[in-house]
Design a binder for this molecule. Structure first.
Ligand code: ADP
Ligand code: ADP
Length: 224
């Protein structure tokens, strides 16, 4: 019952005359409704793993299965289409569009997908309420606190009801107290919607609140 599965995934980078192996015949499986922490030192390959799982980068070998469908080696266009519908991303820095309000930022992916303005607006407003920032709907990102910006970024990532949420240090730029509150909201959203999530974090307290912790060792995903 895996939502995302990596099977024998290889990822290499060439740096000058050296070949760096980041993922080496890596296997990983994220179950439906599961929230897993990815904990590993900088440079271990967390972003590489998330980008490969999220179909942003192609594996050099092996494949990525999304709800049982082999997707990792599809064309760029096909992977982009799947990404838009089925995968939500959150980064350490929010990457919200500065000219648009919180509400509009959350509407955007839905409009790209072809939903009506009314539908997108309704869903965006609901997500802002879930994230406990309903009152901030009409503020631009620069008018929001760091914690509020990340709440909007999380709401935007799940706006199209993806199968899976992938997050790369989503609270890495926040002080510990704010990080804890933002994570609480993220967790409530994931649990409420039955979403599955793989979340890279350096925060051991937050990692401890997830269902399972994994790390990267010699290019393999290992359960801690
Ligand atoms: P993490 O997210 O755990 O910090 P990354 O996946 O970003 O790790 O990087 C893993 C290793 O791969 C690092 O040593 C990094 O320098 C290297 N790397 C990442 N992306 C590239 C790239 N595009 N070209 C060459 N090396 C890269
Ligand atoms: P920031 O701390 O950057 O302003 P947060 O995302 O942590 O942003 O705060 C947004 C909302 O979360 C607050 O308006 C409040 O409802 C709730 N919250 C945050 N911190 C606390 C706290 N210490 N106690 C109670 N509620 C809090």
């Amino acid at each position: 019952d895996a939502i995302i599965e990596l099977k024998g995934v290889e990822r290499h980078y060439v740096q000058g005359s050296r070949k760096l192996t980041i993922l080496n015949n890596a296997d990983f499986s994220l179950k439906r409704g599961e929230m897993v922490a990815l904990v590993a030192p900088s440079g271990a390959g967390k972003s590489t793993l998330l980008h490969t799982a999220g179909l942003l980068e192609k594996p050099d070998a092996g494949d990525v299965l999304l709800a049982g469908r082999a997707c990792g080696r599809l064309s760029d266009d096909e992977r982009t289409a799947i990404r838009r519908n089925d995968i939500g991303f959150v980064y350490q820095f929010h990457h919200l569009l500065p000219e648009f309000s919180a509400l509009e930022n959350i509407m955007m992916p839905q409009l790209v997908r072809g939903l009506s303005v009314a539908e997108a607006q309704g869903r965006a407003a609901q997500l802002l309420d879930y994230m406990k920032i309903g009152k901030r709907a009409h503020h631009r990102p620069s008018e929001l606190s760091g914690g509020e910006q990340q709440r909007v970024a999380i709401a935007r990532a799940v706006a199209n009801a993806p199968l899976v949420l992938l997050a790369d240090e989503p609270t890495g730029n926040l002080d510990p107290v704010t990080a804890s509150y933002v994570f609480e909201a993220l967790e409530a959203l994931v649990r409420q919607s039955g979403l599955s999530a793989l979340i890279a974090t350096h925060n051991h307290e937050l990692a401890g609140r997830m269902d399972r912790r994994v790390t990267l060792a010699e290019g393999k995903v290992v359960t801690l």
